[in-house]
Design a binder for this molecule. Structure first.
Ligand code: NFS
Length: 670
């Protein structure tokens, strides 16, 4: 029987996406949404039970006790597939970090056209972690030494990778005792590939132990370095007003969408777009100017620093082109669909690849080089402007939402006490008192195997009702942004009473946008600061916090999940499990999915679970938070105690007469 075709409403909860899916259908154009419907996933490969690491296979294991040609068991095969995915994810994030380190070196030496060291205070703070002298030295001298130190971390052969010293002391000890303190990411990734070559490591637990090490070399290595340097070069994020969704595209402007991950080129495109030369050039072409917007994590990078709007998240890259209004989509690395080029041929959109690592057949390649960044950014913009006159009929959905992103851990520290008394104390106190029940990080991708944005936003809304403060990154953050949850006042009537009091008092939205996926390291830093502030244990595993990736799909997400587990967090992934096959089998000594949960929990206090049902996800999150609260001896969560001390009372008072106010404040006179 033919499968029933899904309606646009079933494919996405986002009205802008729905509108574009109708347009795609009218024009007879396929997208990832329709391709996912047509392509049945392979259950054997999807559950990690297909081994294709040598030419004797692929060996597809479907029965209990069955092995591959070489004798490899299901647990070995699943562990090998899992670590290879983690290694690819770690490599992607960390290679991004490496390029940032090279850019920092070039800026320090005056060789990078157009860049400056924008956050010297962060530069000095970071340098001091590693005892790099700062007093009496120019920012360039400090940056040069820091860049050398950071560049050296990627190939660190022996000893620990330097940023690990920034984890809580107790956590560092756990890693030392379990033998997983990471060396440089290059070495850990190479070892992962070596171990999983035919005929090497064939003990699932032993392989997965190394997966932890690989992921840690990303989370407390390459990714953390990427975040540090992005802040030093482009500024540490602070709240700023932005907008999200396809409605940010403009009919009367040249629309340039930057998509991918690295902020180096996109920041320069932002700068170049504001130069008189480019504005003039756009006007000559008949447009009113250049409208920049972003997709995926490039969007997050320039949104949280410059307020440049986000056109959408991962599943909206094709939908942006379907508007017919995008004059150029400029891509660098990661999460870029090959389908963009074929899709763009139906319109006038130019797909411009820029990374020496990423070319797509049929795309225009203008290679980025940080030494000539401004010149290249202008060339890209002029190519887009020249294309403006080729635009045909456009269809831009009138859907956009305001948001306030930019909650770096530095800003959270500042907002909780100002310049002189900045501290995490108020946050810890709010958790201790139970106004905030716990913290959840909702991160990660979109996946067309589930309704676009639904899992992210459903889980987010339900947890907010339960007084759980949310921090978000990546495409999950953009999903919440489009729903209006990233605005101070918006949605507060839907959050629990205790959390609402905190949001109103501090003046924050209930969902804090913390950046791109590489910036999940900011969440590690926040958790470390929470621990160091005191009152919530002395290690991350004790904090009532959970990490969720409801719509994950990328290998990077698996690396993030794994380093968060190794750091002590409970991590829940939605969708399907890459190690889920035959969970009841008896023939193997290790059921990998159980090992990632119970096995890792025994060693690291954190665990990784795959839970497809959103209500189950929420239940598991709340149970874990309450379990951690109880272990710390904190008051039981009781929402009935809160809701009377926020600014809300002031709002009611304003509407009253003087006499009514007096009665409300002091009671009726006898
Ligand atoms: Ni993260 Fe950011 Fe989005 Fe997933 Fe891709 S953009 S790095 S991988 S899809 S969240």
């Amino acid at each position: 029987m033919a499968k029933k075709k899904k309606t646009p409403e079933e494919l996405s909860i986002d009205p802008a996406a729905q509108e574009m899916l109708i347009r795609a259908e009218d024009l007879g154009i396929g997208t990832a949404f329709t391709r996912a419907e047509e392509m049945s996933p392979c259950n054997i490969g999807g559950s990690g039970m297909c081994c294709k690491i040598c030419g004797m296979g692929p060996c597809r294991l479907t029965k209990d006790g069955q092995t591959g040609v070489c004798g490899a068991t299901i647990d070995t095969i699943q562990a090998r597939n899992f670590i290879r995915a983690v290694a690819a994810g770690a490599a992607a994030h960390s290679d991004h970090g490496r390029d940032m380190a090279f850019t920092l070196k070039a800026v320090a030496n005056g060789e990078a056209e157009g860049y400056v060291l924008r956050d010297v205070a962060k530069l000095r703070t970071v340098a001091q972690y590693y005892n790099i002298p700062v007093e009496g030295r120019s920012p360039e001298e400090i940056a040069d030494e820091l860049a050398d130190l950071y560049i050296a971390q990627f190939g660190q052969q022996r000893g620990i990778v330097a940023p690990v010293i920034r984890a809580p002391k107790k956590r560092q000890k756990v890693w030392e005792e379990t033998g997983v303190t990471p060396r440089g990411v290059d070495r850990e990734v190479v070892e992962a590939l070596h171990r999983t070559h035919i005929g090497d490591d064939q003990d699932a637990e032993h392989i997965l132990q190394h997966a932890i090490k690989v992921a840690l070399s990303d989370g407390w290595g390459g990714s953390l370095i990427a975040t540090d340097i992005s802040d030093i070069l482009f500024g540490t994020p602070a709240p700023i007003l932005g907008q999200a969704n396809l409605g940010v595209l403009k009919d009367n402007m040249v629309n340039v969408v930057v998509h991918g991950h690295e902020p180096t080129l996109s920041e320069m495109i932002v700068a170049a777009s504001q130069t008189p030369e480019i504005i003039e050039y756009a006007k000559k072409a008949g447009a009113e100017g250049v409208q920049l917007s972003g997709i995926c994590c490039t969007a997050n990078e320039i949104l949280m620093r410059q307020g440049v709007p986000a056109a959408g998240n991962f599943l909206q890259q094709e939908l942006a082109i379907l508007t017919g209004a995008v004059d150029a989509m400029v891509v660098d690395v990661q999460c870029i669909m090959q389908a963009l080029v074929g899709l763009a041929e139906n319109f006038h959109t130019k797909i411009i690849t820029t990374s020496p690592k990423v070319k797509i057949k049929g795309a225009t390649h203008i290679q980025f080089d940080e030494h000539k960044a401004l010149t290249i950014a202008k060339e890209i913009l002029k190519t887009a402007i020249d294309n403006y006159s080729n635009r045909g009929k456009t269809h831009i959905p009138d859907v956009r939402e305001d948001l306030v992103p930019g909650f770096s851990h530095e800003y959270i520290n500042y907002m909780l006490g100002g310049s002189y008394r900045g501290s995490f104390r108020p946050l810890n106190d709010a958790i201790i008192s139970g106004r905030i029940r716990g913290v959840a990080a909702i991160v990660g991708c979109n996946n067309p195997r589930s309704q676009h944005d639904f899992l992210h936003t459903y889980v987010a809304k339900k947890l907010l009702e339960q007084d759980v403060l949310l921090v978000e990154t990546g495409c999950g953050a953009i999903a919440s942004a489009k729903l209006g949850l990233l605005l101070g006042e918006a949605g507060l009537d839907q959050v629990g009473p205790g959390l609402r009091e905190i949001c109103e008092t501090v003046g924050i939205p209930p969902v804090l946008h913390m950046g791109s996926c590489v910036d999940n390291t900011r969440i590690l830093t926040v958790l470390t600061q929470v621990v160091e502030e005191g009152g919530l244990g002395d290690d991350i595993e004790q904090v009532p916090a959970v990490g969720l990736a409801p719509e994950w799909m990328s290998e990077k997400a698996l690396s993030i999940g794994t380093y968060c587990v190794a750091s002590g967090a409970y991590v829940i992934f939605g969708g399907s499990s890459p190690v889920g096959g035959m969970p009841d089998r008896v023939a193997d000594s290790v059921i990998v999915s159980n090992y990632l949960s119970e096995g890792w929990e025994k060693l690291y206090g954190g665990k990784l679970e795959f839970i497809p049902d959103p209500d189950e996800m929420i239940k598991a999150t709340l149970e874990h938070i309450d379990k951690k609260r109880a272990a710390l001896g904190l008051q039981e969560y009781d929402p009935s105690k809160w809701g009377r001390s926020g600014d809300n009372r002031m709002l009611t008072l304003e509407e009253m007469s003087l006499e009514e106010r007096r009665v409300a404040m002091y009671g009726a006179a006898d």
